[in-house]
Structures are given as structure tokens and as C-alpha cells.
Design a protein around this ligand. Structure first.
Ligand SMILES: Cc1ncc(COP(=O)(O)O)c(C=O)c1O
Length: 478
């Protein structure tokens, strides 16, 4: 529950003028948003199209690099649909890499932003606003039975909360500093996180400090026992080679960038028990999985509450946080930073947590689980039906939904992503070969019909790419 607001602020927000201006503003935004009701091609005016193209070219020039898609949001959308500045509307199945779980222009979130208007724009650690207190309380009150997480810190990026997670564990475990992580993991792109991230392509020209060692992850083809044996053998080898030097094991319970791979609970239990025995801290990077697997925290989905020493969250929360046990509470001076977030982000983050509860999204039989099953059913029926031979594996858990187009090469993925974009669906990729089409859809704003419509566009895109490929190979033969 929120603390009582200060008298002036409270009087202002309850005043007739503020209340009526708020409802007018909200009504006008929602009226505009309600006109966005499905995929729309770009404006028919060649002048608008040329202005759009030139804005995209100018932005790319300023960035020194092309955009992945010719995408510039207009600032308005409606549920799963996002409007671009050329007037086109797309089904947004990746939401800026999983940020807008409740879709675009969500009334309850806009209302929070309006409520936050009288406040300062940004907040930080020295002079926090009530919003910081409320968000941290809301997170800590949801860590689940058996969890030992007791404190937390709010920051503005997943990479930054990960940095702090690493720092607080290293401080506690000093002089042990080394990190165990799983192959194919992703942790961000700061100097430390790029070394943890298992992708040398993301750290070209950067030094590494010999601090990170990788373990093979669960492999469904191997099965449970051989996967556990392989991981534990590697862990023991590393621990024996550098005795007393490892501080922690970092785990993405569902690998995001790595291709939506995850293990059964027993695998995690056996690996975590061994890691604990070796004195390692267990840090879960849930920046991508938070709120998405069907439980608020992925460790809850796998019933691993007791094991977690530190967890980091971000993306769909609209804010980023690390939560940790009392044991890992750092010494003063280790953690600070000017910004903890914008007032709008902190308010909407708290509201996102409430909306997940109110809309019955979480838990067994919850909305995430049901919509996820519908997505998988749609993709599986394409795989064996109209798109036979065009879809390899379908891999999904909750609101993390992926499929392997054709043979899962980067070329296949890119061709399908570009075709999808042209046809009005935005998605992205993940995996390290095979590559998958990655969707982090705004399930908070979707129903079964939307999913069917998206699957129809996927069918269309795959069929077109297939036809083009066949056309090209028959031309080659001629
Ligand atoms: C698992 C994981 N950790 C960390 C990050 C980095 O978060 P951010 O991009 O907010 O810095 C990401 C971002 O994709 C992620 O998926």
C-alpha cells in the first residue's frame, strides 16, 4: 500500500481540475488509439513516404549504422499494434525486445504517467520519491514462499543491475572473483557483462580478464542424467583448477538471446546443490524472463525459490532491479548512481505488477499459460500443415515463443523477419545456430484472435520466402 501523499500533492491530484483534466486527456488519447485496429500499410501519399524514408536515412546516418528495420514509432499504438510515423501499423511481437508486455497505449499505464506529471522527471538514491519506495516494496512482497530475498536496488538498465549483482557477490566472496556461467548465456554489454555473455562477436577488440568460465547447459537430446553429469564434471574441473577463486554461478533459467533453452527442475536442483556445496553464490539473471514464463520470477516457475541469492529483473517491468538476501547486502559505497528511474517508469512498473495479478496472468491455468499454448498450437499446426518443411523446431515457454524457419540459418531468419515486417508483423531472432524467430509478444494485450491473425501472417511470410527461394534455385538451374 502506498504511503499517504504529502498534503499539497494529495490535494492537487484529488482536485476537481486535475481529475477532470486527467480524464479528458486520457479520453482523447484512447479515442485516437482506438482508431488503430489492425495492420495498416504506410500512407498512400508519396510525400509522406519520402519524408519517412529520409527520417530513417538521417537517423541511420547520425547513428553511423542502419536500423534493423525501417522503424520509427509515432508514439501511439493500441494493444498489440504499434503505429509508425509513416502511418503504417504493425503487429508488434517483439515490443522493443520485450518491454511492452501490456501492449501500446495501455489505459492503466497512461493513467499512471499522467498521475506522475506533477513530480520530478527523474529520481535517484539521494532524494528518492515515494514511487521508488512503492516499487521496491511491491517487488520484495512478491518474491514467493521460501525465498530469502530481502533487499533490493532499482536502476535504469538490465546491464547495470547485473553489474551490481556481480559486485555485491564479489564483495561478499572476496578474494574469490571468478564467475561460472552457462554456454550461450547473455548478460549485457558492459565491460564485465560482455565477458560473461558467451558471444565473442559482441566483444571484438575488447580485453577479457580471464574471469569467466562456461559450463555446458542442459541438452534435451542428451537427457537429464547425462546433462547433469556433463555440467557437474565441468564445474568440478574449473573449481579444482582454481581453488577458492570462484565467487558465483550465473544462470538464465530460460536463455533469452541464447534461444529460449531451458532445463527441467531436477537439472537445476542438482547443479545448484553442488554449486552451493562449493560455496558459490547463485545469481539468476531474469532480465528477460521476468513476468513472462507464467510466474512472476522464473525461479518460481521452476520452484527454486530457496536457492536464489541474487536475482536481476528488467524489461517488461519498465524499470530494472536487483534483489538479494541479507547476506549479500553490500557495504556502503559499493552501490549508488544518480538515476534510479523516471517517475513515469517507476509508477508504471508498480502498476505492471498489479496488472499481472488483476488480470490473472500468472500461475497454472493463468492467461500467459493459455495464450502461450494457443501460440504453440498455431505454430505446430503450420509446421505439420500449410508450412510443412518450412518450420523446424517450435520452442516456447510462457510468453517466450520461438520457431526455427527453414534450416535455421541466419540467412533464413533474416529473410523471414524482413518478409514478416513487410506484411505487418515485427519479430526478432535468437539462438546461436540454429537461429530462431524470437517473439516476446504483448500477451497482456492479446487474445486468441490476435494470435490466429499473427499465425496467418507467419504462414504468408514463410510461403512467400519459400516461393522466392524456389524461384531463385530454379533460375540458378536454368
Ligand atoms: C538475460 C539478459 N540480461 C541482461 C540484459 C541486458 O539488459 P539491458 O539491455 O536492459 O541492459 C538482457 C537484455 O536483453 C538480457 O536478455
Amino acid at each position: 500500500m502506498s504511503l499517504m501523499l504529502s498534503p499539497v500533492s494529495s490535494v492537487l491530484r484529488q482536485s476537481a481540475r486535475f481529475v477532470s483534466a486527467k480524464s479528458e486527456l486520457l479520453a482523447s488519447i484512447l479515442e485516437a488509439s482506438s482508431t488503430i485496429r489492425g495492420i495498416r500499410p504506410s500512407s498512400t501519399s508519396s510525400e509522406v513516404r519520402e519524408l519517412f524514408q529520409s527520417a530513417i536515412r538521417g537517423f541511420a546516418k547520425d547513428r553511423g549504422r542502419d536500423l534493423y528495420f525501417p522503424f520509427l514509432a509515432s508514439g501511439l499504438g493500441s494493444g498489440p499494434w504499434v503505429e509508425l510515423v509513416d502511418g503504417s501499423v504493425k503487429f508488434d511481437m517483439i515490443t522493443g525486445i520485450g518491454i511492452h508486455f501490456f501492449g501500446h497505449s495501455h489505459p492503466a499505464l497512461i493513467e499512471e504517467m499522467i498521475e506522475g506529471l506533477p513530480s520530478d522527471i527523474m529520481q535517484g538514491n539521494l532524494e528518492p520519491g515515494i514511487e521508488m519506495r512503492d516499487l521496491l516494496r511491491a517487488l520484495l512482497s512478491r518474491v514467493g514462499e521460501g525465498s530469502r530475498l530481502a533487499h533490493g536496488w532499482l536502476m535504469c538498465s538490465g546491464t547495470m543491475v547485473n553489474e551490481v549483482a556481480l559486485k555485491i557477490v564479489r564483495q561478499k566472496k572476496f578474494p574469490a572473483t571468478k564467475v561460472l556461467a552457462f554456454k550461450d548465456c547473455f548478460a549485457g554489454r558492459s565491460t564485465a557483462m560482455q565477458e560473461i555473455t558467451d558471444n565473442p562477436g559482441y566483444r571484438q577488440g575488447q580485453p577479457t580478464y580471464g574471469e569467466v568460465f562456461y559450463l555446458s547447459f542442459y541438452d534435451p537430446k542428451l537427457g537429464l542424467q547425462p546433462s547433469v553429469d556433463r555440467t557437474l564434471t565441468e564445474m568440478r574441473e574449473h573449481l579444482t583448477r582454481f581453488p577458492g577463486q570462484f565467487a558465483l554461478l550465473m544462470t538464465e533459467l530460460v536463455q533469452g538471446e541464447g534461444g529460449f533453452q531451458y532445463a527441467p527442475r531436477d537439472y537445476y536442483v542438482r547443479v545448484f546443490e553442488e554449486a552451493k556445496k562449493a560455496g558459490l553464490a547463485l545469481w539468476m539473471d531474469e532480465v528477460q524472463t521476468f513476468g513472462r514464463t507464467g510466474e512472476l520470477f522464473a525461479y518460481q516457475k521452476f520452484d527454486l525459490n530457496e536457492f536464489v541469492d541474487v536475482v536481476t529483473v528488467g524489461k517488461m517491468l519498465q524499470s530494472c532491479a536487483l534483489l538479494y538476501t541479507a547476506e549479500y547486502n553490500p557495504k556502503p559505497g559499493l552501490v549508488a548512481g544518480t538515476f534510479s528511474g523516471s517517475t513515469a517508469a517507476l509508477r508504471t512498473a508498480r502498476r505492471v505488477l498489479e496488472l499481472l495479478d488483476e488480470g490473472k496472468f500468472l500461475g497454472e491455468g493463468g492467461r500467459i499459460e493459455r495464450l502461450s499454448a494457443k501460440f504453440v498450437e498455431g505454430l505446430e499446426s503450420l509446421r505439420v500443415g500449410n508450412c510443412k518443411g518450412m518450420i523446424g523446431e517450435v520452442r516456447a515457454i510462457g510468453g517466450m515463443i520461438g520457431f526455427e524457419p527453414f534450416s535455421g540459418t541466419m540467412e533464413d531468419v533474416k529473410a523471414v523477419l524482413m518478409k514478416l515486417f513487410d506484411l505487418g508483423v515485427i519479430a526478432f531472432y535468437c539462438g546461436h545456430g540454429p537461429y530462431l524467430i524470437r517473439m516476446l509478444p504483448p500477451l497482456g494485450a492479446m487474445d486468441e484472435d490476435h494470435i490466429e491473425q499473427v499465425c496467418q501472417v507467419i504462414q504468408h511470410a514463410l510461403t512467400e520466402v519459400d516461393r522466392q527461394r524456389k524461384g531463385e534455385s530454379s533460375k540458378e538451374k536454368v
